[in-house]
Write a protein that binds this ligand. Structure first.
Ligand code: MRU
Length: 348
C-alpha cells in the first residue's frame, strides 16, 4: 500500500485531510498540539487505530518545546498535554491507549535528561505506527481465512487504510483475501451522516482495485433478503471484556439484520481496541456530535427544516450475542467471549 494516513515527516505530523476526500488528496503538516486536537475533533484524522498514533504524536507536540530540564516541571507539562488530547474525542479507546503509551515511555525514562525523555516519547509514537501496520496485516491474515473466493462482504464506515496507518482492519481482511487471489465483492454503506463509507472506503477500495459498490445505508436489509451478501465485517472503536463492541452508528442495525438473515457478523480490531476494564458495553462513552452534521449534508446543504430536533450519536454498541467472531491480530475470537478474549489476548 502506498497511502499513509498519518506519519512523522520533517519534524511535523503529516496526515491526510480526510474531510477533503474523495475530491482531493490533501496532506496537512501539523506542528502544534492545538492543530492536531482540531484535526481529531473535525475528523481530518479519524478511525480508532489512526487516533492512537495521532494521540501519541500529539503528546509529543505538546511537550517538545518545553524549555526546562527538570522532570517535575516536564511531567506537569506532559499531564497537561495528555489531558488536552484526551478531551478531543471520547469513544475510541485507542486514543487513550496512545496517550498512555506516550506517558509511560516518558515515565520509564524519567531519570534521563529531558531531551532524551522527549526523544523516547517520539520513538514510542513511531513504534505505535510500526506496530499498527504489522497488526493490521495479522488481522488481515486471520480474517481472510473466513472469506472464500466469490465472497460478498458488506461493511460500514471506514475501517481501512484511512482509519489505520496503511492497511486497515475490516478492509485489511478484504485486502488480504484479494492479495491471496480470492475475488471479493464489497458493498460499502455510505454511512450517514459524515459518509465515511462512500467518501473514504469507496475511494481507497477503488484505489486498491477492489470491486466495491456503494449503497445507501437503508439498502442493506433488502440486499441481504435478496441473498446478495455473505458476511458483514466492521471495525470497532472499543470492545468490552465481554465482547460488546462500539463502532460507527448503524453498525448495530447491521448486526441485527445479520441475525435475522442468518449471516455472519464479524468485528475486526487490534488488541489496542479492547478495554478489558469494562465488563460490558454499557460503560462505553458514546460521542455526541454537532446536530448540523445531520441537518446539513457534509455541513453544507441543508436537508431539514430550521429548528428540527436532532440527536447525533457517533457510535452504537453491538452486544456480543450478535457478533459471530472478533478478528484480532492474535487470532479469531469466538464465544464464549469473556473466557476467550482473556485467553487469546492475555494468553490466560
Ligand atoms: O467517527 P470515525 O470515522 O472516527 O469512526 C470510525 C469507525 O467507526 C471505525 O469503524 C473504527 O474506528 C474502526 S477503524 C479500523
Amino acid at each position: 500500500m502506498n497511502i499513509r494516513t498519518i506519519d512523522w515527516k520533517n519534524n511535523k505530523v503529516r496526515i491526510i485531510d480526510q474531510t477533503k476526500l474523495p475530491q482531493r488528496l490533501v496532506y496537512l503538516n501539523l506542528d502544534k498540539i492545538e492543530d492536531l486536537w482540531q484535526a481529531i475533533k473535525k475528523m481530518q484524522v479519524r478511525g480508532a487505530p489512526a487516533l492512537g498514533a495521532a494521540a501519541a504524536l500529539g503528546v509529543y507536540l505538546g511537550v517538545r518545546n518545553y524549555p526546562g530540564s527538570d522532570w517535575p516541571g516536564f511531567s506537569r507539562k506532559l499531564n497537561t498535554a495528555a489531558k488536552y488530547i484526551a478531551s478531543s474525542r471520547p469513544t475510541a479507546i485507542n486514543l487513550f491507549w496512545g496517550i498512555e503509551k506516550a506517558c509511560a515511555a516518558a515515565q520509564e525514562n524519567n531519570k534521563k535528561p529531558v531531551f532524551k525523555i522527549k526523544q523516547a516519547i517520539l520513538e514510542e509514537a513511531k513504534k505505535i505506527m510500526r506496530e499498527d501496520a504489522s497488526s493490521c496485516r495479522k488481522i488481515g491474515d486471520y480474517g481472510s481465512r473466513l472469506l472464500k473466493s466469490g465472497s460478498r462482504v458488506l461493511t460500514i464506515c471506514n475501517a481501512g487504510i484511512l482509519a489505520t496507518i496503511d492497511y486497515g482492519t475490516a478492509l485489511g481482511v478484504i485486502y488480504s483475501a484479494c492479495d491471496q487471489g480470492k475475488k471479493v465483492k464489497v458493498f460499502s454503506c455510505e454511512t450517514r451522516p459524515l459518509l465515511q463509507g462512500s467518501r473514504l472506503s469507496c475511494w481507497e477500495l477503488n484505489k486498491q482495485g477492489v470491486d466495491v459498490t456503494m449503497i445507501a445505508d437503508n439498502t442493506a436489509a433488502s440486499l441481504m433478503a435478496g441473498g446478495k451478501v455473505d458476511a458483514v465485517i466492521a471495525g470497532a472503536d472499543r470492545i468490552a471484556a465481554n465482547g460488546d463492541s462500539a463502532n460507527k452508528i448503524g453498525t448495530l442495525n447491521l448486526a441485527v439484520l445479520c441475525r435475522y438473515h442468518k449471516l455472519p457478523f464479524y468485528i475486526a480490531a487490534p488488541q489496542s481496541t479492547f478495554d478489558l476494564k469494562l465488563k460490558n458495553g454499557r460503560g462505553i462513552k458514546i460521542e455526541m456530535r454537532d446536530w448540523q452534521e445531520v441537518t446539513r449534508i457534509l455541513l453544507k446543504k441543508t436537508v431539514a427544516p430550521e429548528g428540527a430536533a436532532v440527536i447525533n450519536p457517533a457510535f452504537d454498541v453491538t452486544p456480543h450475542e450478535l457478533i459471530s467472531a472478533i478478528i484480532t491480530d492474535k487470532g479469531v475470537i469466538r464465544m464464549p467471549y469473556v473466557k476467550n478474549i482473556r485467553k487469546i489476548l492475555r494468553g490466560k
